[in-house]
Design a protein around this ligand. Structure first.
Ligand SMILES: *Cc1c(COP(=O)(O)O)cnc(C)c1O
Length: 402
């Protein structure tokens, strides 16, 4: 038994089997590289699923965590917390929002957004307006509220009854939203670019039209930027690409540079519906997570970081397009910045295994879509090194009888 298999055995015996796991245990990371228990090295194009945007163990984040850990790990939100107030100030200076509510994950940020939208309507004298429109192929999380907002049947299976108050329409279809609005609608919840649903990028005009539709009908526009936030698309937030500001935004994944943290950002007009006693999270905005997030934000918003990431993203996409010209098995190249995908005409699971064998971690979603989410500071050389491996693997896949 090798060292990875030993860990795999423990997982299999004692950890809930909610994940289909690959047969390696990652024990160390530095920059774009990770190592498994047997010492094998991999280039990481998964980044903990859009979490490690600065790569693994970025020195600025590690040092901020070390310093904070020596001073204060946790105190209650009954008191003011210095790194939390500083992080809120920083976040609001970087986007449309005036105030932040802190939690611990993406799904919790979504729960907070659902509650805030309902409470806002209630406070406006419209308790009957409690429905939220969401999009087919969306992904908003696994807790029951966020799961109910997620319009993908496969995630609902076995967990009914879901939370009432959601209406699903096709993504990137403004007429469908128009038709779905009724007297009970209070908000529209949407990812600027759908991540888990297939790296789907909407038409350039979609969000401008959606915003005017929301304004006309007095609806809140909620952007789920849990996956697209913090430079993933080449902009700090993906909605900057579409030049459309929401009323509410959910954040998590990359915010803490690898430490669990979630956040809800909103305008004063909306956030004033959250008053003492309406919502809370024990760990929300704890000193450790906030210190890590402050350090992460400092690097991401540093001079030329996003400009460089955006350029690297264009380079990466060009590489994938070149590959698509050589491989008819590729149906489409999609994405923006450093959230990129290859839609294949066949299931892509074997390509992931093949790349892993060759020292590259990539991800497959919706069975036939290869998703690439490398650290934003990855080099062109690292990207180049993946291409022949991917090419060879796609060739093998196209030869395989399905
Ligand atoms: C990952 C994700 C979530 C859920 O985040 P968790 O931290 O796993 O709860 C919500 N929305 C989007 C867009 C995501 O990609």
């Amino acid at each position: 038994m090798n060292k990875n298999e030993k860990i795999a055995l423990l997982t299999k015996k004692h950890v809930a089997q909610t994940y289909g796991r690959y047969p390696i245990a990652l024990v160390r990371g530095k920059g774009t590289k990770v190592w498994d228990k047997a010492g094998k090295q991999y280039l990481d194009f998964v980044s903990g699923l859009a979490v490690d945007n600065l790569g693994h163990c970025h020195p600025a984040v590690v040092s901020a965590i070390q310093n904070q850990a020596e001073n204060l790990l946790h105190v209650s939100n009954l008191y003011h917390i210095e790194p939390q107030s500083q992080l809120a100030e920083r976040l609001t200076s970087l986007c449309f929002a005036d105030k932040i509510f802190f939690c611990n994950s993406g799904t919790e940020a979504i729960e907070s957004a659902i509650k805030l939208a309902r409470k806002f309507s209630f406070d406006q004298g419209h308790p009957e307006r409690n429905e939220i429109i969401t999009m087919h192929n969306s992904f908003h999380g696994r807790t029951l509220g966020a799961l109910s907002a997620t319009a993908q049947k496969k995630f609902h299976h076995g967990f009914q009854p879901l939370l009432p108050g959601f209406k699903y329409v096709p993504f990137n279809n403004i007429q469908a939203v128009k038709k779905a609005i009724n007297k009970k609608t209070c908000a529209v919840l949407v990812e600027p670019i759908q991540g888990e649903g297939g790296v789907n990028v909407p038409d350039p005009s979609y969000f401008k039209n959606l915003k005017s539709l929301c304004k006309k009908n007095d609806l809140l526009l909620i952007f789920d930027e849990v996956q697209t936030g913090f430079g993933r698309t080449g902009k700090l937030f993906a909605h900057e690409i579409f030049k459309t500001k929401p009323d509410i935004m959910t954040l998590a994944k990359a915010l803490g540079g690898g430490v669990a943290i979630g956040a809800l950002a909103a305008t004063n007009r909306v956030m004033k519906s959250f008053v003492p006693g309406t919502h809370a999270a024990t760990f929300g905005g704890n000193p450790l997570a906030c210190a890590a997030a402050l350090a992460t934000l400092k690097v991401i918003t540093g001079k030329d970081f996003l400009k460089k990431a955006s350029e690297t993203g264009v380079f990466f996409q060009k590489c994938l397009q070149k590959l698509a010209k050589q491989h008819p098995i590729i149906k489409e190249v999609r994405g923006k910045g450093m959230i990129l995908a290859l839609e294949l005409k066949k299931p892509g699971g074997d390509v992931v295994l093949d790349c892993m064998e060759n020292g590259f971690l990539i991800n497959c979603i919706q069975q036939n879509i290869l998703r690439f989410l490398p650290p934003l500071n990855i080099s062109k050389k690292d990207i180049n090194s993946l291409m022949p491996v991917l090419s060879n693997s796609l060739l093998q896949l196209s030869k395989k009888k399905s």
